[in-house]
Write a protein that binds this ligand. Structure first.
Ligand code: TEU
Length: 559
């Protein structure tokens, strides 16, 4: 098979995210690996996805499960060999599936050779690869906070200076002001592009440019002094010019705490920087006052406002990634749906609610079969560095009751999405022959890929249809966007319009019946249902719509 030569292939594509450690263990290690991924390529081909986003498989001490890289040019033996990787690229290509690699260059592991040379030696040629600051009044250089809790500064006792780490202390931020760092990044990306990698996901790439006076933040945790920083667009244009455009790579930037205005520039249609962007504003509507570590219901009206802001703001300006789930987020059916009584209906509805938008959809492993949060009851079951750090801070330092923090982790922990992929009803859900590194969710007997593939009414085949519709119905890709019921307390309904087509996607986000009327300008008599999650949809579309619990309906009118 040969890939389409359309440089914008990704505008009608759907991308599947694999977190290798939790995907499939081909051996008996209890952790996933590249050969395990290869063994599941036909499953992914059946789903119909166009590309795989592979989270990091590079050499790493695994403090942050691979987002702490100690050698950008080597494959972590836990995942396999370089030959395994090359085989994955080749076998995926045989199935017309592209590979997108995760590039983590805001920081390296403190075990990286550059950092090891720089630590304790102000004269190291790599000292200026990182960000070192003198203490102020024997204290940390400023009050910036790590996103994993605590100060963002760690002392290098030998030199008396601190180094910056926006994440774990084992993840030292690179100094992008240094042209040698930017050159080193270009060489890393070129190496993987030469191996046939088709694109790159750029980890927290909007954090690479820090305000150079490093002021303390009397209003917050310091993020306003390094998020979408002063030279970030300059840096991205430099890398894009030197590498991405040379290889025709598709690129998606993970933009932490960003703005629409910056994302219009990051993903501008002239391809000066990146192809598209991830933003996370829609995944903070259950963070009251922006606070993640609370147990709270989501704000439905705000969710719709955010989708409206980004869909209308990027239309004709840039390109967004459409997603609910990834390896940092809880399972969407547990978070925004009903993972008990209406699991299948709500999983399908949630998929449809974003797949009919403009952008490129990302499907996180297990989302396509409606996997849920595991509901762990003990802190000993958690492995994520962010979750265990926050448990220690909230319970052991701030005095929160353990049960209260366990309830918060059950809703918000990143481990919720990192439980082993549920392949079948065998021991350990067919993920491994031995006890996995993270406990399998108890519901794997009912929720697994084998069951889904055997069930024509499963979430899997609904996602297969969503993926196919994007290739068949042009208004999904090029149409504009209008929220039809912004204040409706239950229904998220929007209309997409192009010159030739009008599509309406109706989604009841709750377990009770809800009604709405189609726009008067929409001629229902000429419309048809494209897809729904209740099989008994009548042929004739009515202007008055009554949606059952978690019902979704996709309606098309050919103008
Ligand atoms: O995530 C960055 C990010 O914004 C989220 O991790 C978020 O800050 C975090 O979950 C706290 O809420 C990327 C990767 O996706 C993540 O897995 C890494 O831990 C992080 O960067 C550091 O590389």
């Amino acid at each position: 098979m040969t890939f389409s030569t359309d440089p914008n292939w990704w505008k009608t594509a759907s991308i599947y995210q694999i977190y290798p450690k939790s995907f499939c263990d081909s051996g008996d290690k209890g952790t996933g690996d590249i050969q395990g991924i290869i063994s599941k390529l036909d499953y992914l081909k059946l789903l119909g996805i166009d590309a795989i986003w592979l989270t990091p498989v590079y050499q790493s001490p695994m403090v942050d499960n691979g987002y702490d890289i100690s050698d950008y040019y080597a494959i972590n033996p836990d995942f396999g060999t370089m030959q395994d990787f090359e085989q994955l690229v080749a076998k995926a290509r045989q199935r017309d599936i592209r590979i997108i690699m995760d590039i983590v260059v805001n920081h390296t592991s403190t075990k990286h050779a550059w950092f090891q040379s720089a630590l304790g030696d102000k004269n190291s040629p790599y000292r200026d690869y990182y960000i070192w600051k003198d203490p102020i009044d024997d204290e940390v250089p400023n009050n910036w906070q790590s996103k994993f809790g605590g100060s963002a500064w760690e002392l290098d006792s030998k030199t008396g200076q601190y180094y910056l780490h926006l994440f774990a202390k084992e993840q030292a931020d690179l100094n992008w002001e240094n042209p040698e760092v930017r050159q080193a990044v270009k060489e890393v990306i070129s190496f993987w592009a030469e191996k046939g990698v088709d694109g790159f996901r750029l980890d927290v790439i909007n954090l690479i440019s820090k305000q150079q006076d490093f002021p303390s933040d009397d209003l917050g945790d310091g993020r306003r002094f390094y998020t979408d920083g002063p030279r970030v667009h300059e840096y991205l244009q430099e890398i894009s010019q030197a590498v991405f455009r040379k290889y025709g790579s598709v690129t998606v930037g993970e933009m932490s705490s960003t703005s629409l205005e910056h994302c219009q520039r990051y993903s501008s249609l002239d391809n000066k920087e990146l192809s598209m962007v991830f933003n996370f504003h829609h995944l903070k509507v259950d963070y009251p006052n922006g606070e993640k570590w609370t147990k709270a219901p989501f704000d439905f009206i705000q969710l719709k406002e955010i989708f409206n802001h980004w869909q209308t703001g990027l239309n004709g300006q840039g390109w967004g990634a459409l997603f609910w789930c990834n390896h940092d987020q809880p399972r969407v059916v547990s978070r925004f749906g009903d993972d008990k009584k209406y699991r299948v209906e709500s999983a399908k509805m949630l998929g449809a609610s974003i797949h009919m938008m403009q952008g490129t959809p990302y499907i996180y492993q297990g989302e396509e079969i409606g996997m849920t949060n595991p509901g762990y009851g003990s802190i000993s079951q958690y492995r994520d560095v962010e979750s265990t750090n926050m448990y220690d801070i909230m319970v052991n330092h701030n005095g929160m009751k353990s049960d209260d923090m366990m309830a918060i982790l059950a809703q918000k922990s990143r481990d919720n999405s990192r439980t082993p992929m549920q392949w079948n009803a065998e021991e350990y859900a067919g993920f491994s022959k031995v006890r996995p590194w993270l406990e399998v969710a108890e519901n794997y007997l009912e929720i697994n890929a084998a069951q889904a593939v055997d069930d024509p009414s499963s979430v899997f085949y609904f996602y297969q249809q969503l993926i196919a519709l994007r290739k068949q119905i042009e208004v999904i890709t090029c149409g504009n966007y209008q929220d039809l019921y912004p204040q409706h307390e239950q229904i998220f309904g929007y209309q997409r319009q192009s010159e030739k087509q009008s599509l309406i996607c109706l989604n009841n986000f709750y377990a009770v019946e809800a009604s709405c009327s189609l726009p008067e300008t929409f001629d229902a008599t000429k419309a048809k249902y494209l897809l729904g999650n209740y099989t008994d949809l009548s042929e004739q579309v009515s202007m008055e719509q009554v949606l059952r619990p978690y019902e979704t309906r996709i309606i098309l009118l050919e103008k």
